[in-house]
Design a protein around this ligand. Structure first.
Ligand SMILES: Cc1ncc(COP(=O)(O)O)c(C=O)c1O
Length: 392
């Protein structure tokens, strides 16, 4: 019913993933393959395209009227997919999750305050914290039985009176860890004990494998609702990153008022109509598409893991529970992780995300985006197999 196998040429279309590759990676080969930033090489759900086509056909693209339907569509989606009850009155739209994080920092912290992150963690967390003159407090994740766990005892010992807020990524990027209700509750209890705001970035929560379920932080720890802001979006789920719309959700009216004041002060209370129409259409019409996409991604994950581990002896791919971002450790390879990265870039002509971008603990890892049609994935894996043939 949905065609995820066809290759759409994105080169020369202002697709950051493909058109920024040479500049960011130095790979200038015309056949370079992009496996870095988290966007997929699949067309959006047909209902999204239809909504945008209707807008294009009308041909008038004036200011967007927020009649409340966007937040209602959001609430209905999360109720249906995750049994997560969101009152539309708790929702503030921002131009993406990362800009929302910056606005949250400005709303509830001061320059010089410390923000907890759990590295290796999504690199934009680090950037937005530093760009706002706040400090990063790293709470290194620990690998246990092939998945990440939080070391909250170590974190507790590191907290200072300047620590104000925690950026929690659930599911985690990179590594695709789905946090259990108990793990979330323990973190929530620490936030309550030390008077910290908890920001739970759940942008990847629809991209789940092996029939697993996502546990929203608010569901796991309703007792800390007053200090919780959950960030959600339709943009990862339906491949609409260019729409640049996200939502910050909090049940605490005081917190929401502070955030909305920052949004107003930045002139961001009026929204990009294309982004709003596209993301609302995703939530309203995209369910069958997503249900078809997930097994396709899961098969890509399994194929990628199998072939990378045999192509590069010693490579170890973390078994993703969520996200489409394979996280692979090359520390045990004979060549060493730096030589492996160089071969992937220079011989295979593939641009992947360097692990050190994700902070402490990422140095020997690379992140590969496998959300691409099978012909591209096959070509990438064949090139990697070739690039390491003499090393096996
Ligand atoms: C954990 C996480 N949060 C946020 C984003 C980006 O969100 P936005 O484009 O809405 O700023 C990403 C994109 O990869 C992500 O992985």
């Amino acid at each position: 019913m949905f065609d995820f196998n066809s290759v759409v040429n994105r080169r020369g279309t202002h697709a950051s993933k493909w058109d920024m590759m040479a500049k960011l990676s130095g790979i200038t080969a015309p056949d370079a393959i992009a496996m870095w930033v988290a966007d997929m090489d699949f067309k959006a759900p047909p209902g999204v395209t239809e909504a945008l086509e209707a807008e294009i056909k009308r041909g008038i693209h004036g200011y967007y009227a927020d009649t409340g339907s966007w937040a209602e569509a959001l609430a209905a989606w999360f109720q249906r997919r995750h049994k997560f009850q969101i009152d539309p009155a708790w929702v503030s739209a921002t131009p993406g999750i990362v800009s929302g994080l910056g606005l949250i920092l400005q709303a509830v912290t001061e320059p010089g305050d410390e923000v907890v992150v759990f590295p290796p963690a999504y690199h934009a967390f680090r950037k937005i914290i530093l760009a706002n003159d706040r400090k990063i407090l790293d709470a290194q994740l620990v690998e246990q039985q092939g998945r990440y766990v939080m070391d909250l005892a170590a974190l507790r010992a590191k907290l200072t009176p300047r620590t104000r807020i925690v950026f929690f990524c659930s599911p985690h990027n990179p590594g695709g860890t789905l946090w259990s209700a108990d793990e979330i509750r323990e973190l929530a209890a620490l936030c309550a004990e030390r008077d910290l705001i908890l920001v739970s970035d759940e942008i990847h929560c629809d991209l789940l494998f092996d029939g697993r379920a996502h546990v929203p932080t608010l569901t796991a720890a309703p007792d800390i609702a007053d200090r919780l802001i959950t960030c959600v979006a339709a943009t990862k789920t339906f491949n609409l990153a260019g729409a640049h719309v996200g939502a910050s959700v909090t049940t605490n009216p005081v917190l929401k008022k502070k955030l909305d004041a920052r949004i107003a002060a930045s002139g961001l209370g009026s929204y990009n109509g294309f982004g709003m129409l596209a993301t609302e259409a995703g939530w309203r019409t995209g369910e069958a598409w997503l249900d078809a996409l997930l097994p396709y991604l899961q098969a890509n994950r399994d194929e990628f893991d199998r072939r990378i581990q045999s192509a590069v002896p010693g490579a170890r791919s973390m078994k993703l529970e969520a996200t489409y971002l394979a996280w692979v450790d090359f520390s045990a390879t004979r060549l060493g992780s730096e030589a492996v990265a160089a071969r992937i870039k220079d011989r295979a002509r593939i641009f992947v995300s360097p692990g050190e971008q994700f902070g402490p603990g990422g140095k020997t890892w690379l992140r590969f985006n496998f959300a691409t049609p099978r012909p591209i994935l096959d070509e990438a894996l064949a090139r990697i197999e070739d690039a390491f043939r003499d090393a096996r």
